[in-house]
Design a protein around this ligand. Sequence first.
Ligand code: ASP
Ligand code: MG
Length: 421
Amino acid sequence: MEKTQEKGGIMSIIVQKFGGSSVADAECIKRVANRVVETKRKGHQVVTVVSAMGDSTDHLIDLAKQVSKNPSVREMDMLLSTGEQVSISLLAMAIHALGEPVVSLTGPQAGIKTDGVFSKARIMDITSSRLEKELDEGKIVIVAGFQGITIDNDITTLGRGGSDTTAVALAAALKADICEIYTDVDGVYTTDPRLVKNAKKLSTITYDEMLELASLGAQVLQPRSVEFGKIHKVKIHVRSSFNHEEGTIVQEVSDMENDIVVSGVAFDKKSVRFTVYDVPDRPGVAKDIFKTLADRSINVDMIVQISREGSLNDITFTLDRDQMEEALKVMKEVIVNIGAKDVTCDDDVAKVSIVGAGMITNFGVAADMFDALAEEKINIELISTSEIKISVLVRKDQCEKAVRKLIEKFDLAEESIQSIE
Ligand code: ASP
Ligand code: MG
């Protein structure tokens, strides 16, 4: 889209997204309206994406469960997409009341085309002509987050938290200067500030680090929005809708000047550990286990094979608590087929990870991590590593102690470590 020349300067396009907590009631909506108008009056073209008000998506899901044990996914998407339609129209009315030209558009009206996978559809294409037309007429455009339409004209939703992805995708399609994600936290922190009160706010973070932190439980952005941002190089600014402080910029290269090796500590208390005992040591056995799990869409995380003397091994792996029952059922069949002795699962564990793009070029990070945990007498049960992440599995009741210690070790707190629990 051509950027319009105005008052001698290039007018920038800003995509802003406000989450459910920022539009939870009429007062909140009016506050968001002011904020959007403020941006417009600074001379920008503004596209604003909103989520459904407060917990309304959860309420709609509850309602569906009351009428059917197993609601059709198509109808679920039809239902859930209404939540965002409420907030876009109300926000447009509030902006109108402030005297600015504005129009609200559903995902389909905004040209957001998705595949046909109901409840977790992927954006395939955005036809931005309608959006461009409205912007060129000087309007603020409000777009419903989390939804799109298939080529068969069925309404789809993008998975929980999908409004983030709507915003980043629109920013990519419009070649916006920035995608601002307004939320109820001030930015991305070195760890969950609910656990470590003086966790530091990061001024920048790379897409890869953000993906690791998001998938490890720091739920600030929907992971898919970060992937989208990475592919299309969309600069994402995560900031609070309750103040005007700078938040955290997610972009390709973060601020490496001060040599930050570890950017954050993530933890996941929903990990469960499976162990398969006495697995015959022959080619194809690991395939039999993990292919069977993959075929049932069970996502495996850490994997370790413990080779023993003789012809038997133990294989241990972790997955999410939500898939534990199903995985156990599957594994009971698998061990019979491969001739292993037994399978157990243990949900009394937690995964703790340090994440940092700077690890690629720095030695000794793992040693520092293990040293810190040893000092606290925390036993490590499993270890896994990637280029920018080291994860360990520990007993669940040691998770918080581990996180605090690592925050201290890698200098990731504002001052001294305090717990609010
Ligand atoms: N309203 C949807 C949800 O609650 C989408 C979003 O908030 O981003 O998941
Ligand atoms: Mg959200």
